[in-house]
Design a binder for this molecule. Structure first.
Ligand code: ZN
Length: 250
């Protein structure tokens, strides 16, 4: 594979994990993305959301095959690796898998409730994402059970534990993770005032027909743009300024 393609994926993993940490406030979890076929490697790249204490490399990325064998990388192997291998094996349509522990969506699962399509942004969750048990998904059997519960859907909750979200790209999966948490929050707010309703079916169908690119990834690209802008501004402001004072004459 061209080095550039790997760099692009690594950059997206870096931005994606930073965004998830900033928005969800939880350092636990990972983003995984399939290695492209041209790489000649059959497997996926994975980045931890959390960073290792110095001198660990905060940008470290690992590569695994679909049986969970390390192809490259020396960070600790995630306990919940079977979650990724099982979903990648059962969902050929999926390019990226994310496991996080979003506060509000997880709170809903504790009460036996789930996230459904309450807004246009949450339309893909339709009549409710499925809920799996709260175990640490650290065996092949648990991974397969989760993949079965997920089925063809975009997300599943792990009771009292977290969420799993899949997408056609890193951007798509990250954006859906953020919308899952946003919908959970809106659902609870709405429930304090009345009974939130699932969107009308024609609106759910309308959103299903939209391609995941273009306007469909507006949240990801807008965050990326302003993040780059803010980082650029910080870099500029941290440069030493030229003094306008004239040196004193002796
Ligand atoms: Zn977990």
């Amino acid at each position: 594979m061209k080095k550039r393609e790997l760099t692009v994926l690594a950059d997206e993993l870096g931005f994606g994990t930073r965004l998830l940490f900033q928005e969800l406030g939880d350092p636990w979890g990972h983003i995984a993305v399939r290695l492209p076929k041209e790489s000649g490697r059959d497997g996926f790249m994975l980045k931890h959301v959390r960073v290792t204490p110095p001198p660990g490399d905060p940008n470290a990325i690992m590569m695994f095959d679909y049986d969970g064998k390390v192809i490259e990388g020396d960070r600790r192997i995630p306990w919940e690796l079977p979650l990724y291998t099982a979903i990648f094996k059962s969902r050929p349509d999926v390019q990226s898998v994310i496991h996080t522990h979003p506060l509000i969506a997880t709170a809903l699962s504790m009460a036996g409730k789930t996230v459904f399509a309450i807004t246009h942004q949450s339309a893909p969750f339709e009549h409710g994402v499925p809920i799996y048990g709260g175990d640490m998904v650290n065996t092949e059997e648990l991974g397969e059970g989760l993949a079965e519960t997920l089925g063809k859907r975009p997300a599943a909750l792990l009771k009292g534990h977290g969420a799993v979200v899949v997408g056609s790209s890193i951007a798509h999966a990250v954006q859906s993770t953020l919308y899952l948490e946003q919908a959970a929050q809106q659902q609870i707010w709405a429930a304090t005032l009345g009974t939130p309703q699932v969107l009308d079916q024609h609106l759910i169908d309308f959103h299903k027909k939209l391609p995941p690119g273009d306007g469909g990834l507006a949240l990801w690209y807008t965050k990326k743009h302003y993040d780059a802008e803010a980082r650029g501004a910080r870099t500029r402001s941290s440069r030493p300024r030229k003094s306008s004072k004239q040196p004193k004459k002796k």
